[in-house]
Design a protein around this ligand. Structure first.
Ligand code: CAO
Length: 415
């Protein structure tokens, strides 16, 4: 069966996490992704956080599936020529170097356009144009600069970063959408264009509801679904809301049976208004369904702390899975706090291809996260990540280089 991006060639100049997330998605959708790496070293993540000596790390293998790897020294004049040939052959160049690195290599937007006017040049940078545009940025810097850290955590503690890689993988996702959109526009215009996804912008986009809340706070001085109401104080900026739900249906994380020893024996419980009467029945507080202090969402807001304490008395008598089973029967929205161990062992995620076991020639078998986006006409097959330079000869031959020329370039250190 064909793939959605069959025929699209990507010159993948990405490294670490943000860019590789993007090109991995494009590869899963069928694009031919040619990852250009530094000869001898490769993407720095190949050797970061290694669990097996001298073997590509999980950090690398889990972000570079379905790609081909070529090693080219882009600072070597002959290496530059190989890169020029690749630019002429590819549809998209994706990079996430520090600001200015591509220009310093001699591949300015103008030069790339001379070589291939249809080329789409897509970049992840830490910041868009402005005071910080020259800064190098990693995940947590983006989380802090994009509004996530100041709004995550508890009111009486410091800002907290989240384990979800919203700065890196989140921005990679944004960039992938920009690329396919530019490819679509190119079918009308015949021209390439530049695509920029700044990590600060990507994080802020995911924190959109917090900018909503900033304006609500400025106008009214309060936000009744936040734990600061009525038990604390609001300042000038959106506070950290603990585990409060981001929307209009109050929620909180509650202890379940076994919480004393299991750090993940918790459930997220949402007191969704349409099922309030059922919640009252389940927890044995039938009178709350009609009590004017509890019967309506507005009346409940000042009592949320007590309400969740009462619900927790019930959840503590059940494991998170027992609680789920009972609550699901009544359509009460809730979710178990799943550990990574539980997720790795979950059979339904294996079945859908969201968790995949991959075999690798030097590592052996390992688990990875498959394509989270499922297309009915473009199924994803997760293939292992390439070894460093595994496809150099193959790609050079496709570019028209003879075995003698390849050998000479290798001797010259260009590849
Ligand atoms: N051959 C020769 N040189 C190469 C090469 C190759 N194949 N590939 C890269 N290089 C060189 C570049 O030319 C550049 O050299 P100069 O600085 O001399 O111009 C250098 O390697 C690129 O390095 P970098 O500055 O991008 O890398 P770094 O490790 O110092 O910084 C990072 C890493 C991530 C902070 C930076 O790339 C960055 O800010 N990127 C944009 C934001 C981003 O994506 N961050 C998320 C990373 S994931 O957490």
């Amino acid at each position: 069966m064909g793939k959605a991006l069959d025929g699209v060639r990507i010159l993948d100049f990405t490294h670490v996490q943000s860019g590789p997330t993007c090109t991995q998605l494009l590869a899963w959708f069928g694009a031919d992704v040619i990852k250009v790496e530094r000869a001898g070293a490769g993407d720095i993540t190949r050797e970061q956080l290694r669990d097996i000596p001298d073997v590509d790390s999980l950090y690398f293998t889990m972000l570079n599936h379905n790609k081909r790897s070529v090693t080219i020294d882009t600072k070597n004049p002959e290496g530059k020529q190989v890169l020029e040939a690749l630019i002429q052959k590819c549809d998209v160049l994706v990079e996430n170097f520090a600001p200015g690195a591509l220009d310093r290599m001699g591949f300015t937007w103008e030069r790339i356009q001379e070589l291939n006017s249809r080329m789409i040049v897509a970049s992840v940078k830490g910041f868009g144009p402005g005071p910080y545009e020259d800064c190098k940025v990693y995940e947590n810097v983006a989380q802090c600069a994009g509004g996530a850290a100041s709004t995550t955590g508890f009111d009486d503690g410091p800002p907290v970063v989240t384990g979800a890689q919203i700065g890196d993988s989140g921005t990679g996702l944004h960039l992938a959408l920009g690329i396919v959109t530019a490819l679509y526009q190119r079918t009308q215009t015949g021209r390439g264009q530049r695509v920029l996804a700044a990590m600060q912008d990507g994080v802020l986009n995911l924190c959109r509801v917090k900018l909503r809340d900033q304006q609500r706070l400025a106008r009214t001085g309060t936000m009744k679904e936040y734990p600061q109401y009525p038990n604390g104080k609001f300042g000038e900026a959106v506070p950290r809301a603990g585990n409060a739900s981001g929307g209009g249906q109050p929620g909180w994380i509650l202890k379940c049976k076994g919480w004393e020893t299991d750090p993940n024996a918790y459930i997220y419980f949402i007191t969704q208004a349409p099922v309030w009467a059922k919640i009252c029945n389940v927890i044995g507080k039938e009178e709350w369904a009609t009590d004017p202090d509890y019967a309506t969402p507005a009346a409940r807001l000042p009592h949320l702390k007590d309400i969740f304490a009462e619900i927790e008395r019930w959840t503590m008598t059940k494991t998170k899975f027992e609680a789920m089973q009972i609550l699901n029967k009544y359509d009460i929205p809730c979710g178990p706090i799943l550990s990574m161990k539980e997720i790795a062992e979950e059979p339904s995620l294996r079945k859908t291809g969201t968790i995949v076991e991959v075999d690798h020639p030097t590592r052996g078998k390992y688990l990875t996260v498959g394509n989270p986006i499922k297309l009915s006409d473009s199924p994803t097959e997760v293939k292992r990540s390439p070894l460093l330079g595994e496809h150099t000869d193959e790609v050079m031959a496709e570019l028209g280089y003879s075995p003698e020329q390849i050998s000479a370039l290798r001797t010259a250190g260009a590849i």
